[in-house]
Write a new protein. Structure first.
Length: 370
């Protein structure tokens, strides 16, 4: 088992990464509890596959369990489900010093973390991430929230978990498409700040995909180390943390354009967004032409979506996609900010990206869909 510390003063916490952490959850959580009960929020798929094991582990330590399974999918990050979770936690008489467990992927982690942030002005919660995406990214760093009809993740709060238990064994039941979606966020870490990690992924990504536990342990740990470092230095995204949004300006517009549906998963949009960000960087003369080719080659080798042409169904035109980007949280004074790169592992925040270049990039990318 590996342990990564997120250093945030009195709100510091550990991220434990390894196999068997769900089975050990009772022992890990018991010392944190003032009274021996927890409320678990999960999704129906995770509940069917893994809730009995988690419940057993907790009850073995004398911890009473109540669980609320929600429908799986991005649509659950909504006002309606936020109300349902929060009222349910009130009915469970969850108090500030109790623990709420978010047991699922990024959808459950974001929604439950936000509910915990606003319930009684903040109750403690623990993340038990069950997808690769949630283990490498969403469970760490305290960004919580829901989607609005106006856009992705526009309503939320920073609320750090008290502990993260990333059981890599639980990834064995994750469908390949969801695993690859999470891999989009894994690649992002190499691209934004660790060229050596990207080299390692080029060699070991295929083994990770088919279940190599050592490769999964290394990839999750390296990603969490990078995220923990960035969050410790810039918790509320005044600067460096924005680098974690590499590919996300494109991704959020594409997710909105596809209706937050199964047509495009979040990590798939991140992968396509990273490829577009590198292409834009190259066109602006910021990095070599080889860099976007290398990014695309690795994503293709992994069997991932790479181009706008890989998104099924109708898509908006360049103008409309740019209009959707204008709702992005990275917009400041109405100007689009992008995370661009000077090479693999060398991302930076670009404030003044010429709109006509973005338009041309998207027009060219859309033309390949014909
Ligand atoms: P998800 O939570 O929808 O999970 C994907 C699918 O996998 C779901 O159908 C789920 O039921 C299923 N599943 C989960 N664990 C499983 C398991 N072990 N075995 C079998 N099936 C399992 O999606 P996700 O990709 O985990 O998360 C995407 C969300 O994360 C997006 O809303 C995104 O905005 C958010 N996110 C947040 C942050 C952050 O910092 N807070 C960072 C990145 C992404
Ligand atoms: N996933 C982006 C962040 O946590 O800042």
């Amino acid at each position: 088992m590996n342990r990564v510390r997120v250093e945030l003063g009195t709100r510091s916490y550990d991220v434990l990464i390894g196999a068997g952490l769900v089975a050990g959850a009772g022992k890990a959580l018991a010392p944190m509890l003032r009274r021996k009960r927890v409320a678990i929020v999960t999704d129906e798929t995770v509940a069917t596959l893994h809730l009995p094991a988690l419940t057993h582990a907790l009850e073995a330590e004398g911890i009473a369990v109540n669980a609320l399974p929600l429908p799986p999918g991005e649509g659950t990050k909504s006002w309606a489900e936020l109300q349902r979770v929060t009222e349910w936690l009130l009915e469970q008489k969850i108090e500030r010093r109790d623990l709420v467990l978010a047991f699922g992927g990024g959808v459950i982690g974001d929604l439950v973390g936000f509910s915990a942030a606003i319930l009684r002005r903040g109750v403690r919660f623990v993340q038990l991430p069950t997808t690769l995406l949630a283990q490498v990214d969403s469970s760490v760093g305290g960004k919580t929230g829901i989607n609005s009809p106006n856009g992705k993740n526009l309503i939320g709060a920073f609320h750090q978990p008290s502990l993260v238990l990333a059981d890599i064994g639980i990834l064995e039941t994750l469908p390949d498409r969801d695993l690859l979606s999470g891999y989009g966020e894994v690649v992002k870490y190499g691209l934004l700040g660790d060229a050596g990690f990207f080299d390692w992924l080029e060699l070991n990504g295929p083994a990770l995909r088919v279940g190599d536990q050592a490769a999964r342990l290394h990839a999750v740990t390296r990603a969490v180390e990078m995220k923990a470092g960035i969050v410790s230095r810039d918790e509320t995204e005044e600067g460096e943390r924005a680098l974690l949004n590499l590919g996300h300006t494109f991704c959020h517009a594409l997710e909105k354009a596809t209706g937050y549906s199964g047509r495009l998963l979040h990590g798939e949009g991140v992968a396509i967004g990273c490829a577009l960000a590198f292409e834009l960087s190259s066109r602006l003369g910021l990095c070599s032409q080889e860099a976007p080719s290398r990014v695309r080659a690795h994503l293709r080798a992994m069997g991932m979506k790479v181009d706008l042409a890989d998104i099924p169904g109708d898509l908006l035109g360049a103008e409309a996609l740019i209009a959707l980007m204008a709702q992005d949280k990275k917009v400041i004074d109405g100007r689009l900010r992008f995370i661009l790169a000077r090479g693999v592992g060398e991302a930076f925040v670009a404030e003044d990206v010429p709109g006509d270049q973005v338009h041309r990039l998207l027009t060219d990318a859309l033309s390949l869909r014909k």
